[in-house]
Design a protein around this ligand. Structure first.
Ligand code: FMN
Length: 183
């Protein structure tokens, strides 16, 4: 399975890290991170992004790299996840404004009718944010807000993170036991 994880500059870098940790060694993984996301990743996780990537086997592309295979529809992806997805990146994707690799990769998924999952992080949401999400949902894009359920009785932040990441993996069609399902 070939997967792209794109990290944009919203709060919630922990979801991206957990998803990458899970996917590493399970799929052929490509990662793109925006400049703002890199700063937020380091701020929220107290972890240098390049230190994190050093021991990993995934392909890392610059957000300015339009020569990346991710920029072309001829490169077949099973799914692309933007996690977390800032309102700026959400807006650019909703309007086909592919000024960076993350938006271009999402644009390609939409035109090629491939699985695209956005994990938008903002609160409260304005009518602009909601209209952009509705537009994308109508095109078949999965809008998956990081909204944890509490029926699994989470005991830690990592349980809450795993619920959200487990739901992202479900949406990608990747088997996981990251959270307790409602029986
Ligand atoms: C610490 C921090 C947290 C942020 N959190 C959010 C957020 O949760 N949602 C959002 O839409 N923007 C957030 N922003 C603003 C975005 O980073 C900003 O709009 C940026 O231009 C997004 O660019 P990108 O989508 O290309 O990464 C945050 C900025 C900072 C510095």
């Amino acid at each position: 399975m070939r997967v792209a994880v794109c990290i944009s500059g919203a709060s919630g870098a922990v979801y991206a890290k957990r998803l990458i940790d899970y996917l590493e060694n399970r799929v052929e993984l490509s990662v793109v991170i925006s400049e703002d996301a890199k700063k937020i990743f380091e701020d929220e996780l107290s972890l240098n992004f390049f230190e994190f990537t050093k021991s990993m086997g995934f392909k890392l592309y610059k957000n300015s790299d339009f020569y990346s295979p991710l920029a072309s529809g001829s490169h077949i992806l099973d799914s692309c996840v933007v996690v977390p997805c800032s309102m700026k990146t959400l807006s650019a994707i909703a309007h086909g404004f592919s000024e960076n690799l993350i938006c271009r990769c999402a644009d390609v998924c939409i035109k090629e009718k491939r699985k695209l999952i956005l994990v938008p992080r903002e609160t409260p949401l304005s009518a602009i944010h909601l209209e952009n999400m509705l537009k994308l949902a109508r095109l078949g894009v999965v809008i998956l807000p990081p909204a944890p359920a509490f029926y699994g009785k989470p005991k830690s932040i990592s349980d809450i993170v795993d619920f959200v990441v487990g739901r992202i993996l479900d949406s990608m069609g990747i088997e996981n036991r990251l959270y307790r399902r409602w029986e």
